[in-house]
Design a protein around this ligand. Sequence first.
Ligand code: MF3
Ligand code: CO
Length: 257
Amino acid sequence: MIYLKTDDEIELLRENNILVSQTLAEVGRHCKPGVTTRELNDLAEAYMRSHGATPACLGYEGYPAATCISVNEQVVHGIPSDYVIKEGDIVSVDFCTFMKGFVGDSAYTFAVGEVSDEVKRLLDVTKEALYRGTAQAKAGNRVGDISAAVQEYAESFGYGVVRELEGHGLGRRMHEEPGVPNYGARGRGPLLKEGMVICIEPMITMGNRAVVFERDGWTVRTRDRKPAAHFEFAVAIRKSGPDVLTDFSIIEQALNS
Ligand code: MF3
Ligand code: CO
């Protein structure tokens, strides 16, 4: 069942995703050598709560923290820990808010200090793959148009597209229909309609696309231990076209100030 949202509901989803963006900006400011991923988690949780939201990941199917923080070869769902962030790391931060009956869900991968040119390119390409997928999120298109746009762009650089996890509908619940894979064929899959809200979240690897699930029951990492990047937008499908509810400019302004 795909739930179509009213304009008012979309505004509540926007409020949530702006709060996620602001929280990501706060995390990005502190994502520096010497800080632990648990410290970043705690800061994000405090920020969300002080702005009226509950951390929707905490306790979700037993997940033990407010945020997922995945470093280098970790793709997604890394559990915050004592790991000390160092220069050259890439750190994906992904979490959900719950406020006013709706969920916010977005993610950003931060480069810590100077990262190698090849890692920088992985981040740029993953973000651009997200933008290209987002441009296809319009009424009359199908989910496969988004999937193919992401896949074709990422693979044209020789990168791997992770297939074990995918984007999803977003609303009163974190994971609604439809699923939004990062690979697929144009013109296939569920029809996109006005009022749908979806999360598009490419997970792109520098090497092979194979992943393994760690024994902690959550962390997903690349099998070849090469780095992976992950960016996520929440997008509403409107008459005017894709309406991105996440705001990366809040994050990028914080990083450049
Ligand atoms: N954006 C992530 C997802 O859609 C959020 C995961 S929260 C968790 O899967 F609790 F499942 F880890
Ligand atoms: Co998501």
